[in-house]
Write a protein that binds this ligand. Structure first.
Ligand code: NAP
Length: 308
């Protein structure tokens, strides 16, 4: 068994997927921590049982960053996947970057640390690398709006960081005004804002505002309408302009979409549970798009959100 495990480690080393680097380069956050620039997305209630194997496939393929959330109800399965790859010796804990999120019904300041401890117990970890407020909107358990200011929630996030339960803290689905309110009233600037970005919703203004404040941006639902989204949403992956760019680089249209986001200095979070697609989605670090190609893809923008 031992022999087999060291063979796996040597294989990983020669394939350049061992150690800190993984396949995605890292970026330095405003608190000095490093974040891998591509993460495995994990949202999908019907896919929860597949998450353990998805994490295994992802780490084997060179991912080092996993994005989850209390809302996704999959932290336990993801924790099992992480435990597998640690046991196999593919990575050490400090070589992984795990992001999770505080759900809207735990926004009260004194609930934040408790909620994070619950997530950590499910993940089987002592700390996460990044903890995000999932959304600025506070809710009661029944889903009705709760009257809690996210500035109070942010104080709870700062406490979680001080306790060492998370290395970095950030937000998700926050607009510029909400970020500026945090900046004006707290000691810690969010390290990350995670928002919906894809070719139909390019978010240029909010991204520029985040970068001007030294806040990294994670791009969720990165494929936008280039993958099937429920009935009636025709994937746009036959667009001749995209097909021609894909042909030039010998890549798929979905890989071009990921490269487009990376070339805009964003951190895409492609979700898949399929081994071949997981591998394909990280095979995007051997080429760059031209400024003209980036402009072409940005011109698809219609400010169309998937979630609203
Ligand atoms: N912070 C937030 O509020 C928020 C909101 C939404 C999402 N997120 C995060 O962002 C992640 C990604 O967003 P998302 O799941 O909405 O969308 P996505 O990653 O843009 O798309 C996922 C869909 O694309 C398919 N797919 C994956 N790779 C593919 C490929 N190479 N070719 C063709 N199809 C492919 C997947 O199917 P298979 O699994 O079958 O491959 C799945 O149906 C989430 O999983 C979650 O971690 C965060």
């Amino acid at each position: 068994m031992k022999l087999f495990l060291s063979a796996v480690a040597i294989f990983a080393l020669f394939n350049g997927i061992s150690g800190l680097a993984g396949k995605a380069p890292t970026k330095v956050l405003n608190d000095g921590n490093k974040i891998p620039t591509l993460a495995l997305g994990t949202f999908g209630f019907e896919d929860i049982p597949k998450m353990r194997s998805a994490v295994n496939y992802a780490i084997e393929a060179g991912y080092r960053h996993i994005d989850t959330a209390a809302l996704y109800d999959n932290e336990q399965e993801i924790g099992k996947g992480i435990s597998d790859v640690l046991k196999k010796g593919l990575v050490k804990r400090e070589e992984l970057f795990v992001t999770t999120k505080l759900w809207n019904d735990k926004h009260a300041r004194d609930q934040v640390v408790l909620a994070l401890r619950e997530s950590l117990a499910k993940l089987g970890l002592d700390y996460v690398d990044l903890y995000l407020i999932h959304s600025p909107e506070a809710m009661n358990e029944d889903g009705s709006p709760a009257n809690i200011d996210y500035l109070d929630t942010w104080k709870g996030m700062e406490e979680a960081k001080q306790l060492g339960l998370t290395k970095s803290i950030g937000v998700s689905n926050f607009n510029t005004e909400q970020i500026d309110r945090i900046k004006a009233n707290s000691k810690t600037v969010p390290a990350v804002n995670q928002i919906e970005i894809h070719p139909s919703n390019t978010q240029e203004k909010l991204v520029a505002d985040c970068f001007a404040r030294n806040i990294a941006v994670m791009a969720y639902s990165p494929f936008g309408f280039f993958v099937k989204r429920g009935e009636g949403n025709k994937p746009g992956n036959d667009d001749p302009r995209m097909v021609s760019i894909a042909k030039k680089y010998n890549k798929s249209v979905t890989q071009i979409v990921l490269r487009y986001l990376l070339d805009r200095d964003l951190i895409p979070i492609p979700k898949s549970t399929n081994q071949a697609r997981i591998q394909q989605n990280i095979d995007v670090f051997d080429f760059h798009l031209t400024p003209q190609e980036i402009a072409t893809i940005s011109s698809f923008n219609k400010n169309t959100s998937i979630f609203s």
